[in-house]
Design a protein around this ligand. Structure first.
Ligand SMILES: Cc1cc2nc3c(=O)[nH]c(=O)nc-3n(C[C@H](O)[C@H](O)[C@H](O)COP(=O)(O)OP(=O)(O)OC[C@H]3O[C@@H](n4cnc5c(N)ncnc54)[C@H](O)[C@@H]3O)c2cc1C
Length: 449
């Protein structure tokens, strides 16, 4: 197969519009492997623009190669690469351009990373609420929804999205926004990489340069009380403040810990102090490093997984974090092993209509995510055991965020969306990718006409 592709890459014209890499060539491994997956594709293509993407899709169709589209390579379900197919690595399409200073409209290449976007926007005094990690890609995160450190102030990243430039599976370059391809624009805001290869996103960025950011460490003598107290504070808190409660199990060299990461996106010192004070009084505080910092410094580098371990990640949404749900989260944590985060939502994210975007979990006050470390050589029963423990939390939740969904099982993908949202996504899928060429993703199956 490699030999055939080697001669074809010139005759097909693909090499004129994209870098084409075969197994063993320089740069191949960088695109073939990812944080949660090691792949062995027959071909890696790194297009420079939409024409390169269209040529790659054409070549994959002619050669009968399955396609994976990757941007930052951080899919928790290992969907960044494949075996014996083609990986279209969009990371060369990574420009960040200010289109209109007055409105803050910026055009971002799908292959940029969020750390690079924050750094480039900061030169214009602008910022986007996106994710929390430098290396995570614009493409995967934006198509899933994007829950960032200013989610309560500005909503999800898709709530700042004005238009998407996309190459369809049959090689057409189209633009989707509220007026043009409006059905597709709806689907691209939460429906993942099912509908085409995104090459660019127009966002409306906000005039934010600095935030008060940091982590409060608590002594958790009464964990259920602390979780319930945090919930009450989030309900009443200033929308400029976004918080995530982290329940971290003991790890080698680190004791168990309960921390609250806080981001206050506002300029008034007194207002920030007022918003943060009740969280500082929630439980005995053992550490507190919240300080004013450039927004760009909020982003962290990804930590590689410890060797020999993989992480099974699941999440769900709670419309109310009531007593039964507090107990379920507490039981999961005290049962050991799981790292749990509770992201406080509401605010601007909740003011967008449930049907306005394919991300429909607008009434949720909390997203709960759990990461279970599983040794790579563990028997399958070990993962099942972790998932059984998770199911006692999941049963109390509704749907899931595909960004933090470490499974691509069709039933799990369908359950991530409300049934009517999934049906609408399946209908858009049928119109833009009826043959399900883009199935190496959290796959929405094409609906029946
Ligand atoms: C360390 C870490 C931190 C994270 N933090 C956050 C966070 O703060 N907030 C949040 O919301 N999420 C977060 N996530 C989840 C993140 O949104 C998803 O993992 C997302 O899929 C990563 O995007 P990517 O481009 O890096 O991944 P990739 O693996 O490159 O892409 C994932 C999938 O997206 C699709 N895709 C990617 N690019 C394109 C494209 N150009 N066109 C069409 N389809 C495409 C493909 O189906 C691909 O399989 C985090 C993940 C990790 C691992």
């Amino acid at each position: 197969m490699t030999h055939i592709l080697s001669s074809e890459r010139h005759s097909s014209g693909l090499a004129e519009v994209a870098e084409v890499l075969l197994p063993g060539e320089d740069g191949y491994a960088e695109s073939a492997t990812a944080l949660f997956a090691d792949g062995t594709p027959d071909l890696v293509v790194r297009p420079r623009d939409a024409a390169g993407v269209a040529a790659a899709l054409r070549h994959a169709s002619d050669a009968g190669l399955a396609v994976t589209v990757r941007s930052g390579g951080h899919s928790m379900a290992g969907l960044s690469t494949n075996t014996h197919g083609m990986v279209i690595d969009t990371r060369r399409i990574n420009g960040v351009r200010l289109l209109d200073a007055a409105s803050g409209r910026v055009r971002v290449g799908a292959g940029a990373t969020w750390g690079a976007v924050a750094a480039k926007l900061s030169r214009h005094g602008l910022a986007l609420t996106s994710g929390d990690t430098n290396q995570v890609g614009v493409g995967g995160l934006a198509l899933g929804g994007g829950i960032g450190w200013m989610v309560r102030r500005y909503g999800l990243v898709i709530d700042s999205l004005a238009a998407v430039q996309m190459v369809t599976v049959d090689g057409r370059m189209i633009g989707a926004d509220a007026a043009e391809h409006a059905d597709l624009f709806w689907a691209l805001r939460g429906g993942g990489g099912n509908f085409g290869v995104a090459v660019g996103f127009d966002f409306i960025a906000q005039p934010i340069t600095s935030v008060r950011f940091g982590t409060i460490g608590y002594r958790a003598d009464d964990l259920p009380g602390l979780i319930a107290g945090w919930r009450d504070l989030v309900r009443a808190s200033d929308e400029k403040l976004t918080t995530t409660l982290n329940l971290m199990p003991a790890m080698p060299g680190r004791p168990e810990g309960v921390t609250l990461t806080c981001c206050f996106a506002g300029t008034d010192d007194a207002e920030a102090e007022r918003a943060l004070r009740p969280f500082r009084e929630l439980a005995p505080v053992v550490s507190d490093d919240i300080r004013l910092m450039p927004y760009v410094d909020v982003f962290e580098d990804v930590s590689p997984l410890p060797p020999g371990l993989r992480m099974a990640v699941r999440n769900t949404f709670f419309s109310t974090l009531d007593a039964a749900r507090v107990t379920a989260v507490n039981d999961l944590f005290t049962g050991g092993g799981a790292a749990i985060s509770l992201r406080g939502l509401g605010g601007a994210a909740a003011r967008v209509g449930r049907d306005a975007t394919a991300f429909a979990h607008r009434d949720a006050e909390v997203m709960v995510a759990a990461a279970f470390p599983v040794p790579e050589d563990a028997p399958p029963g070990r993962l099942d055991q972790a998932l059984r423990r998770w199911s006692r939390v999941a049963i109390l939740g509704s749907g899931a965020y595909v960004g933090f969904l470490g499974s691509a099982e069709p039933a799990d993908v369908a359950a991530a969306y409300p049934a009517d949202t999934y049906r609408r996504l399946a209908d858009v899928k049928r119109r833009y990718d009826p043959d399900n060429i883009l199935r190496r993703t959290h796959n929405v199956l094409p609906g029946r006409p």
